[in-house]
Design a protein around this ligand. Sequence first.
Ligand SMILES: C[S@@+](CC[C@H](N)C(=O)[O-])C[C@H]1O[C@@H](n2cnc3c(N)ncnc32)[C@H](O)[C@@H]1O
Length: 208
Amino acid sequence: MKEAPHDASLSTAIRRFVIVGHNARTDGEFNLKDIPGTSGRLDVLARCVTAGLLLSNGIRKDTLVYLLLRGLPGPAKALRFEGKHVKNLNPDERSSSSLIQNALRIPVSPGGWLQAGPGIDVALAERPLFDKEFGGLRRIVMAEDGESIGNVSLRNAVMILGGHTDLIEEDVGLLGSEGATRVSLGSRSLHADHCVTVAHHIMDSKVG
Ligand SMILES: C[S@@+](CC[C@H](N)C(=O)[O-])C[C@H]1O[C@@H](n2cnc3c(N)ncnc32)[C@H](O)[C@@H]1O
């Protein structure tokens, strides 16, 4: 399997989202006809990929979406979707879940990203991988009890969200997000993919 090529666009992408799936299966062994029931709620993460990358008639080329999968059978894996290069990503959940499934079936070993398809890479999820990937970027954890998003700069940042459950201490350790700014979209608990859409809207309004 090919090592993911170094791409300068990775360091110039201006929007980065990480979504953590605590129960999300790491081996791709789930049924595309029953994604919520067989995948450890990968459906939630699949919706975040489309919310992060798709426009109604196009793709957000400036955005990267990362999934951190921490379910069975382990070890934890990371997936990276790059708007600039991804292909065959459609709005329906089955299509994005199928891309996820194919990527998870690729055997990975420590040491970095492997290319799973155009704009899709897979890796073992280890702290050094994220330290390298997010070096120099601020970590922003999205949480209901955080500071209002309007008061926080979202530039040069990685936005980290829970999937169907909130982040736990181990996620913080893996992602190097100790001391991250907690940012809120209000006190009501929203679905993760809706948070991604709202965050995009806020950034679209602020920076064009
Ligand atoms: C479905 S929620 C997780 C579960 C939810 N916190 C609960 O216990 O009911 C998924 C993730 O979306 C983000 N999120 C949800 N509502 C939010 C809000 N109002 N402001 C900021 N982030 C939010 C958080 O990162 C959260 O972990």
